[in-house]
Design a binder for this molecule. Sequence first.
Ligand code: UTP
Length: 473
Amino acid sequence: MSDIIQLFQERGQGHVFTFFDDLNEDEQAGLIAQAEQIDLDEIEALVNDLIQTKGEGNDAIADELEPADFVPLPENGDPALWQEAVEKGESALRTGRVAAFTVAGGQGTRLGYDGPKGKFGVTPVLKASLFQVFAEKILASTRLYGPAIPWYVMTSIINHEATVEYFEANDYFGLSPEKVLFFSQGLMPAVDAEGKILLADKANIALSPDGHGGALRALVRSGSIREMEANGIDVISYFQVDNPLVRCIDPAFVGFHIMTNSELSSKMVPKAYAEEKVGVFCQKDGEALVVEYSDLPDKLATEVDDNGALRFRAGSIAIHIFNRAFVHRLGSGKDAAAKLPFHLAHKKVPYLATNGELQTPSEPNAYKFEMFVFDALPFAANPTIIETAREDDFSPVKNAEGIDSAQTCRDDQLRQFARWTAAAGITLNTDETGLPEISFEVSPLFADSADRFVERWNGLAEKPELTNGLVLI
Ligand code: UTP
């Protein structure tokens, strides 16, 4: 008997191999390989800590929380400091210290799109995909600053091949193929309430991606961190696959990160209203942390300061910059005191019962374990949080309809394009929210900021008429 089967039996997980003798050789090897990836000590500890010892509650933290400090936008703060940050950031870009990093390993259940979410078409006219928008933004920055900016893309087993094929089929959207680097994130098994690992079918364990926080260990395990070190990269610009408004490479943000010697920097937007479902940057015992909206006690979420603004208003929009050595410290697991915790998600997971029947539960029956990237914050030295304008950095596509959907994201892109044309002196007809009457599109290769738009527009020998369907490339 294989050692791994014996080990699973000894640890009360032998049922995973119930149907082993029914499988062909390849399937047997596949199941063994999946089992070998699972750290049974880790699973046992998680089952014990998270499932069997539940319910400590979060009320205790309420009294200890303070709002986190942040650098306000130049118009609300210190323009000279922002100028200095831009210069520092640009200099880091010119010397090739910066990599872009997208986490794209999620399942995208809420959007319900069939395929890697990055393939989803989002722009108003061309319906260019999320991946294409990011690629063109990165290409635009590379053209501006010189050295090609490497782009690391984290996938997962559910979408890795389809993602790589998509880039190949589209010639990497103009980027050098050797500068686009894919790696798959880790997986965790789903377990039942007793901590038994579930089978998806006779030959497969019910595995799912280990959360965006899994990015840190995947960056290390994949060799990406070593490669960055060899190439002189120490600044990792992190963003999520669902937000086409993000400035993938933002010199001011890079500059603040470097100037403050920060191990982990983050962008915040003031929360739109107290109940908005975003995590909030806080401080506790001198450490920065993100408190999830569901964990922030109501009395804090609604508290206002002397100016009538929400006191806990620094909303997290999942845009960060990591210092490379910091990722190595957390992701390698060598520092026992600096480990991302796992969170529990109670979900409906179809599974194969030991009698060989496939069960499709109508109620949550299983627990999944996920790490969150923002849980790295308390471990970071000199964490820096800067304010950004929501309309210039954040409009995620999460849902098929309604809030944070393709429609809201399209409208936010159009509003941004209309602001850029206004900056160049062309006033479009818009509604009261700034949404123009016409649908048009500005490719990041034409411009990816208001300043750049004005420069490019003024430089056009023949200016096109801004009509429905126009695309500026
Ligand atoms: P979400 O929390 O929106 O999850 O991920 P999701 O899986 O994409 O979508 P739902 O909840 O099933 O609808 C935020 C970002 O984190 C990435 C996603 O790809 C997205 O960029 N992510 C999430 C990972 O890379 N890996 C994960 O395990 C989870």
